[in-house]
Design a binder for this molecule. Structure first.
Ligand code: AMP
Length: 429
């Protein structure tokens, strides 16, 4: 494994920017992907967020593009991202790594002023970071020419698929020159994504750092069984009992996001909401508040929080059991990042057993059930009978059944997985 960024063949200017970010050693995805990308090969990167995958494509992209100049309305590279927040984060990374280069970028995302984006495009940009919808919109208005694109990056391809973006991706790829370099990153490789790589990549090199559906070993996972009425109370108890510095709190329903945020505020906590229907400016402001510790609890939906990287997030709470097992992995991946320790807690109510079972199967292990004083079942709640045990009786049988299923020895691949692959780099030790 490559031990240093110098060995990867990056320029002194870029090495300086990397050092300024505090990175001392490439992560496994960076060590594997960067040399291929610098040789202008197509790459399929199997990696989750938290592994350093953004730098694995932005660094060589800066290196490749630094020789040339963009013409008006003709960007030279395109990074497609499923969500606005992830796109904004890639743009931030680009600014950090590109601080010693003359390269320019434009962030084309919905919910932001189109006029401003058009003006920036007209001046000529080297790197376009875009969500598919806004890019197509601007292209159809004749504001962008895509025939000078030399590098295409499709980030979080599996999420693009979940969000129904594959037809858009195909359309965009069809508008680009044939002789470009295409890099595709995905946490999983379902057949639809495989097909995409076959269609749009030529002889891609595959690099992988952790198997799909792995949950970082640095995240301890717990769940508490409760009923809908007691959820806030139970959550409040955990927040008091645990050393929670800050947390993402994921809800399945938008209406719960608003009401839970209000409840937390009433309890005296600094809380903010974030979901897909909110104005982009509000989402950006809230995220900034969370990143700068003004907001301690970010109550959010999957779409809003996908791929968001906030260093040092101590906890993730699943206010509901996610419907899609992949979402569970992505949600809890907001903590325990870059080798730090993190905790993930989930509240489960009657009726969510099947979802839990699917998650446990997906991650290859059972989630530890914890006792929190006042959680109780619907039946007990209606009888006004406060249950001291955290294990409501009518779940007990199902629990043991479930544990039978999950006690199966986890797949080997799930035992030693770390976000950084098989070894923890020196900077994390
Ligand atoms: P990503 O998977 O791109 O979302 O990156 C996850 C986190 O790891 C981000 O906070 C990066 O700043 C950080 N990171 C990426 N590469 C390195 C590295 N080589 N050394 C230390 N931290 C890194």
């Amino acid at each position: 494994m490559t031990e240093s960024f110098e060995e990867l063949g990056l320029s002194p200017e870029l090495l300086e920017s990397i050092a300024a970010c505090g990175y001392t050693k490439p992560t496994p995805i960076q060590a594997q992907a960067i040399p291929h990308i610098l040789m202008m090969r197509d790459v399929v990167g199997l990696a989750q967020t938290g592994t350093g995958k953004t730098a694995s494509f932005t660094l060589p992209m800066i290196e490749i593009l630094s020789g040339g100049r963009a013409k008006a309305r003709m960007p030279r590279s395109l990074i497609l991202s499923p969500t606005r927040e992830l796109a904004a984060q890639i743009a931030e990374n680009f600014d950090q790594f590109g601080q010693n280069s003359k390269l320019t970028k434009a962030l084309l995302i919905g919910g932001s002023s189109m006029d401003k984006q058009i003006k920036i495009m007209e001046r000529g940009v080297d790197v376009l970071i875009a969500t598919p919808g806004r890019l197509i919109d601007l292209f159809e208005r004749g504001k962008i020419l895509l025939n000078d694109i030399k590098i295409l990056v499709i980030d979080e391809a599996d999420r693009m698929m979940d969000m129904g973006f594959i037809p858009d991706i195909e359309k965009i790829a069809g508008l680009l020159p044939m002789n470009r370099q295409t890099l595709l990153f995905s946490a999983t490789m379902p057949p639809e994504i495989k097909r995409l790589t076959q269609k749009f990549q030529s002889n891609p090199r595959e690099v992988a750092v952790s198997p799909p559906a792995s949950t970082a070993v640095t995240v301890e996972q717990f769940m508490v069984k409760t009923d809908r009425k007691s959820k806030n109370k139970v959550l409040g108890k955990i927040l008091k009992q645990e050393k929670v510095k800050n947390a993402f709190i994921f809800c399945n329903r938008k209406r719960d996001i608003a009401s839970l945020t209000n409840w937390l505020k009433k309890e005296g906590y600094n809380a903010g909401s974030m979901h897909g229907d909110m104005a982009q400016s509000v989402r950006t402001e809230t995220l900034e508040g969370f990143k700068t510790d003004k907001i301690r609890f970010l109550v959010c939906s999957d779409v809003a929080a996908r791929g968001i990287d906030v260093q040092g997030t101590s906890h993730v709470f699943n206010y509901d059991v996610p419907v899609n097992p992949d979402d569970y992995v992505h949600r809890i991946g907001r903590t325990g990042r870059a080798g730090e320790k993190g905790s993930a807690w989930m509240l489960m109510t009657h009726g969510e057993e099947k979802q839990l079972e699917a998650i446990q199967k997906h991650i290859g292990k059972p989630i530890e059930v914890k006792s929190i004083g006042e959680d109780k079942t619907d039946d007990e709640a209606s009888k006004g009978d406060v249950c001291k045990s955290s294990r409501p009786t009518h779940y007990k049988k199902k629990d043991s059944q479930k544990h039978n299923v999950s006690k199966k020895k986890p797949h080997k691949e799930h035992e030693d997985i770390k976000g950084f692959g098989d070894d923890i780099p020196a900077f994390l030790k």
